[in-house]
Design a protein around this ligand. Structure first.
Ligand SMILES: [Zn+2]
Length: 558
């Protein structure tokens, strides 16, 4: 998804300071305040979650737009990994978990906040597969500012027809359906969604439409969407409206990719033009990251009544059929208007977020930093390095440096909004140090090959990049991900000697730096103590390569 603070920063430039202060104060509290009991239940791998592995969901849901009622079942299949007593699932009020059935028997259910603990009635043999069905109903929370607060958006199109969608990153998919609401466990064999809506509407969900049933008596249609790959639970989504379809085929690295587009009837012409960026996106990202990760489930862009979200194989779009981010260049450098931000950014998440997924949302930089960087890689592929680098540098003005990028673990707390632009600039800085485009691309493709459809921790990504680059980047990751200070390159020149060091850094920070001395490139290896370099000329000009995200100062002012 995309951070709201940035939108607000751009829209309300005048009030940016007061907004920033409030936001960071609440961010700080949210990041560092005491972990509540509910946050612990939601954000950690409790014993009640650890003994079973999700293998499949079949979500059957009836949506009644007039009463805003949801009702249905989720049939969950899981594999028993170890001896366990109770299973934990989540469903947030006002949605109600009515009953849970296994092998024809109603199971004991205990509620703790919005977590539920279910006690199976039959022996759960290790290695066996078990199925239970959760019955639920209620009027789910309405999103006020989708996709940032999450819930259900109830809108109408310009013809007055219902236009409804779910979005729930952050708040959790348990805001509208019962499930194991933790990112570390995805259903290995995917999900089947059977969504029943009034028969003049259509539901678009993840994966492929395998069947549509028309109940003429009830005047409803049920759309069955199948996902065969593992899927993030926050990706599972419904989009209901007066949709029309068009599509194309793309010959990609893994064969033919079906690219399908669902838009409101009134926007078909605009979409046919604007969605040309979809193919350009897949082309660029297959080059940088390797094959699109969900060929079996197809690629889709689906119009939604909010800005957009990386729903797996069902990327939602609400950027107004225009380039930039709602028509603006987030970098203010120019290149941001060369593409549709939502198509590129949200599709980038298919690789980083949907295929490679964090185990804990504290590590969400793995999703957002790489996807932020993917925007510049799109530019580099289609328009060259100069525009791409201008774009990534231009985004630095969005960085706040007020809270670390990594959040608090086991509490369902993401890090600061700097996971976007600062994270992207950290990745760009790493690329400068690696200084080899072939190795760089191999690392990006390697990450997507070795962690294909896997859940990872920050350490997995750090170690992978360090190993492949043949250099220990741990201090650099510590500096940019776990500290808020920006390294300051400090130097002075006297009598053909240059003294250099890193200031404003963690202990042991050891990042090499490319500088231009009298226009000639030179690599320096500053440490946290002053070291000396002999110079050829007495009073040279010193210019630090602008692609490193650091500050530089001549301590003598020369
Ligand atoms: Zn994002």
């Amino acid at each position: 998804m995309f951070m709201k603070s940035i939108l607000v920063t751009i829209v309300f430039i005048i009030s940016v300071n007061s907004f920033t202060t409030t936001t960071s104060a609440s961010n700080w509290k949210q990041q560092h305040g005491e972990i509540t009991h509910q946050e612990h239940l939601r954000g950690s791998i409790t014993p009640e979650r650890a003994w079973w592995n999700l293998t499949h969901y079949h979500l059957e849901l009836k949506v009644e737009p007039n009463s805003k009622m949801f009702s249905g079942t989720n049939t969950m299949t899981y594999q028993v990994l170890a001896k366990g007593q109770r299973l934990q699932i989540e469903l947030q009020a006002p949605m109600k978990l009515e009953k849970v059935i296994q092998n024809g028997k109603k199971l004991k259910v205990e509620q703790d906040g919005y977590s539920y603990f279910i006690t199976p009635d039959t022996k759960q043999n290790i290695g066996s597969n078990q199925t239970l069905t959760m019955h639920f109903s209620g009027k789910p929370t309405t999103a006020k500012r989708a996709p940032w607060d999450g819930g259900i958006t109830w809108e109408k199109d310009s013809n007055g027809v219902d236009f409804i969608a779910s979005s729930n990153q952050g708040i959790g998919s348990s805001i509208w359906w019962p499930n194991k609401d933790h990112p570390s466990d995805e259903p290995d064999n995917g999900v089947l969604m059977s969504i029943e809506v009034p028969d003049h509407l259509m539901d678009i969900s993840n994966g492929r439409l395998i069947k549509t049933e028309h109940n003429k008596t009830a005047k409803t249609k049920t759309f069955h969407w199948q996902v065969v790959n593992p899927i993030n639970n926050y990706s599972v989504n419904i989009n209901i409206g007066d949709y029309v379809h068009f599509g194309e085929k793309y010959q990609g690295e893994k064969g033919q990719l079906d690219m399908d587009y669902y838009v409101l009837r009134e926007n078909l012409d605009k979409a046919k033009k604007q969605f040309k960026d979809a193919k350009r996106t897949i082309e660029a990202f297959e080059f940088w990251f390797g094959p699109y990760p969900f060929y079996e489930d197809s690629y889709k862009l689906v119009e939604a009544p909010y800005l957009g979200m990386e729903h797996q194989s069902s990327v939602t779009y609400g950027n107004g059929y225009q380039n930039g981010y709602l028509g603006r260049d987030r970098s203010q450098a120019g290149p941001g208007m060369l593409f549709d931000f939502i198509i590129v950014h949200e599709s980038g998440h298919e690789w980083f977020a949907n295929s490679i997924t964090n185990n804990d949302v504290a590590d969400m930089w793995i999703h957002e930093s790489f996807t932020n960087y993917s925007e510049s890689l799109f530019l580099e592929f289609h328009y060259g390095k100069e525009k791409a680098f201008e774009y990534i540098r231009g985004q630095r003005m969005n960085i706040q440096n007020q809270a670390p990028i990594i959040g608090q673990y086991n509490a369902s707390r993401g890090g600061s909004g700097d996971m976007y632009d600062k994270g992207g600039n950290m990745i760009h800085t790493l690329r400068q140090i690696i200084d080899n485009d072939v190795t760089w691309r191999d690392i990006l493709r390697g990450l997507n090959k070795d962690f294909y459809h896997k859940n990872v921790d920050t350490k997995d990504i750090e170690d992978y990049i360090s190993n492949k680059a043949g250099r220990d980047f741990s201090k650099i990751f510590d500096q940019y991900l776990r500290d808020i200070r920006i390294p300051s390159f400090e130097y002075f020149i006297k009598d053909k000697v240059m003294k250099i060091r890193w200031g404003n850094v963690i202990e042991g920070f050891d990042m090499p730096l490319r500088v231009y001395i009298n226009g000639k490139v030179q690599w320096l290896s500053p440490t946290t103590s002053w070291t000396e370099i002999d110079l050829v000329d007495a009073d040279p000009t010193v210019k630090v390569d602008a692609n490193f995200y650091i500050s530089a100062q001549s301590v003598l002012g020369n």
